[in-house]
Write a protein that binds this ligand. Sequence first.
Ligand SMILES: C[S@@+](CC[C@H](N)C(=O)[O-])C[C@H]1O[C@@H](n2cnc3c(N)ncnc32)[C@H](O)[C@@H]1O
Length: 188
Amino acid sequence: MLAPIDTRLMALLSLPRNAVGAEIGVHEGAFSREIVRIAQPKRLYLIDPWLLFPGETYADSWYGTRRATQDIMDARHAHVAATFQRQIEAGSVRILRALSVDAALMIADDELDFVYVDGDHSYEGVTADLSAYGPKLKVGGLLVADDYMLGSWWKDGVVRAVNDLIGRGQYAIEFKMGSQIALRKLTG
Ligand SMILES: C[S@@+](CC[C@H](N)C(=O)[O-])C[C@H]1O[C@@H](n2cnc3c(N)ncnc32)[C@H](O)[C@@H]1O
């Protein structure tokens, strides 16, 4: 039997090497490790507030009250900081512990060659990320969104937000593989 394809790892193979990138939504850094291993970025921003989100909407998310506590979120941040200590000291990884829209203020326009969007999966959250990080991405850069599918708690949030962006015509679909969708920025 053929082994199943890991579409998230396949998506990573499409990222430019030795480039500047960002991962929005880091959790415990498992995927960040793969980005570093496969894309070998010159600089990678790891963006996550590691903040417990109160309220029923987020309760079943990895950062909601049924699956985490603030102590757990703090421990995840500490784990990521320890995992990337060497790269942080070398300057190739920067952790921005902040909500993505606030972290965007610490990144220059046209600085990013790629951004991996995997933070707040609500329609409003993804829409805010696409809007805040669009200007940060160079023309020709790649925006990859995870969980482009109908989800559990986030329902059609990711699909609708990404489709809105596609509909505006500034990006072309590079590929859609499993629940990964990659868009190429066409114009500034
Ligand atoms: C699905 S997890 C990320 C998983 C990670 N990319 C991986 O593949 O291992 C979602 C993460 O998004 C973070 N998050 C939620 N809202 C966010 C926001 N507004 N800005 C940045 N990160 C956010 C959560 O704290 C959580 O760690």
